[in-house]
Design a protein around this ligand. Structure first.
Ligand code: URP
Ligand code: ZN
Ligand code: ZN
Length: 473
């Protein structure tokens, strides 16, 4: 019997700390050895000319989420995880919803059963929209014991947002149980006030979404979330930071020793108001919250990656098709201020479902714009794409690393491959990509999940249901 089930031979390995040449020997789904000239495995994969990184871990994506009003993200676990794997992401963390006025148990029934269809490994953050004593004292501890070790709160969106008093109760519960709290930071009342004024002035186009949510509404809520977390002495992860103003609040808090971390997404590194201004309602394809910013802001967010303020790049993948956005105001609950329709039947800016699809393009865009264009080095790419999220969310040593004992989640990147992103070639179930026509250099040729070739040259080989739930500690 051979020593290894699989040997990935002759690649340039990149970890969060270093870059070096070696083979990787895999046994029983885990990395068993790293070294030069390893003995032959039962299966051999050549990594000559390739860069081998740990499989991506996307710690923020919305898959098949169900809202209380019957809205559902169109991405299924089978399609979303195929897209994840094809883009070099071998594990993701999505969300267990809580419907306002419901217990956790009564919200989104069957959600965990749907997740069993995943082809990639997966875990959950628990969204808290209604922190009753029953939820905080009984249900959250029970979930934590099952390995759901992080909570998500929204400071905006109707009806998902928490008041400051509710947020404080969630923070205190997380502290007691040793959980991470992730936060969507925008000021609900300020946005509502802007929406009213814009609608009264007859502004209904998608670009008004950004005018309703200028950087200051994100900065204020980021500051407030940090201040409240500081009061409770509870670590937080600020989700989807879109601008320098919010990043600067995080940097200031980090400098005084507060345990706050920041995440951004490819959309805030590459897209802008110019996209929201596209004619024929095309701008709706770029409605996400926080909103895309003015030209120039992308580079300021890159600077906050380079100085270490923002340590994670997630997709914040959302499964709303353009066809749905055109006719279904407010789908999924990520909207604010009512379902206002325009003369042609398309929704006003405040009723377009929020969020863009990006689980498959996250890493190719980050690799190309980051590594290929020289903004970041390979270890930084690994930290942003998997390693930092693994440590923050209780998967350190298992995901996001190339080391004996870790899951054999590997991506073989062809650093010279040049592609143009087209929705037709992607594996998600959504009818568009915001990166249509975007040119990238560097492509994930082979994705290996727990020692099995899950994707080879764009063909997804992993079957639905082959992903595993990741209980975190
Ligand atoms: O626009 C966004 N980001 N939609 C998804 C929900 C969220 O805020 O994370
Ligand atoms: Zn959010
Ligand atoms: Zn999100």
């Amino acid at each position: 019997m051979r020593q290894f089930d699989l040997v990935v031979r002759g690649g340039t390995l990149a970890t969060a700390a270093e870059v070096f040449e070696a083979d990787i020997g895999v046994r029983d789904g885990r990395i068993a050895a790293i070294g030069l000239d390893l003995p032959a495995g039962t299966e051999e994969v050549s990594a000559k000319g390739m860069i081998v990184t740990p499989g991506g871990l996307d710690p923020h994506c919305h898959i098949e989420e169900l809202s209380a009003d019957g809205g559902v993200h169109e991405e299924s676990f089978a399609s979303g995880s195929a897209a994840a794997l094809a883009g070099g992401t071998t594990a993701f963390i999505c969300f267990l919803p809580q419907w306002k006025g419901h217990s956790l148990a009564a919200s989104a029934p069957g959600y965990e059963r749907r997740a069993l269809q995943s082809r990639a490994d997966y875990s959950f953050h628990q969204i808290i929209t209604d922190p009753t004593p029953e939820v905080l004292e009984r249900e959250v501890p029970a979930l934590a014991a099952r390995g759901v070790q992080s909570l998500k709160v929204f400071l905006t969106y109707d009806p998902l947002r928490l008041t400051d008093a509710e947020f404080l109760r969630v923070l205190a519960t997380a502290k007691r149980l040793g959980l991470m709290v992730t936060v969507h930071c925008e000021n609900f009342d300020a946005i509502g006030w802007r929406i009213e004024a814009l609608l009264a002035a007859g502004q209904t186009d998608p670009i008004a979404h950004a005018w309703a949510r200028p950087p200051v509404v994100e900065r204020e809520a980021t500051y407030r979330a940090i201040a409240l977390a500081e009061l409770v002495e509870q670590p937080i992860q600020v989700f989807h930071v879109s601008c320098e103003a919010a990043a600067a609040e995080i940097a200031r808090a980090q400098a005084r020793g507060v345990k706050v971390w920041g995440e951004t997404c490819p959309q805030y590194l590459t897209l802008s108001h110019a996209d929201l201004l596209k004619p024929d309602f095309e701008g709706a394809k770029f409605v996400c919250s926080p909103a895309l910013r003015e030209a120039g802001e992308n580079e300021r967010v890159w600077k906050r990656i380079q100085d270490g303020t923002l340590g994670v790049v997630s997709s914040d993948h959302c499964g709303f098709s353009f066809a749905t956005a055109k006719r279904a105001p407010g789908a999924g609950g990520y909207g604010q201020g009512g379902a206002t329709a325009r003369a042609d039947g398309t929704p006003a800016f405040n009723a377009i479902p929020n969020g863009v699809p990006g689980i498959e393009t996250r890493l190719p865009v980050l690799f190309s714009e980051g590594v290929s264009k020289g903004r970041i080095d390979l270890p930084t790419f690994v930290r942003l794409s998997s390693a930092n999220a693994a440590s923050l969310f209780g998967l350190g040593g298992r995901k996001g690393t190339l080391a004996p004992g870790a899951d054999a989640d590997l991506v073989l990147w062809d650093p010279d491959a040049e592609r143009t992103i087209h929705n037709g070639a992607l594996h998600h179930a959504i009818d568009y990509t915001p990166w249509e026509g975007f040119a990238v250099k560097g492509w994930p040729s082979i994705t290996i999940r727990r020692g099995e070739v899950a994707v080879r040259d764009g063909e997804v080989l992993a079957a639905p249901g082959s992903g595993r739930f990741l209980a975190r500690g």
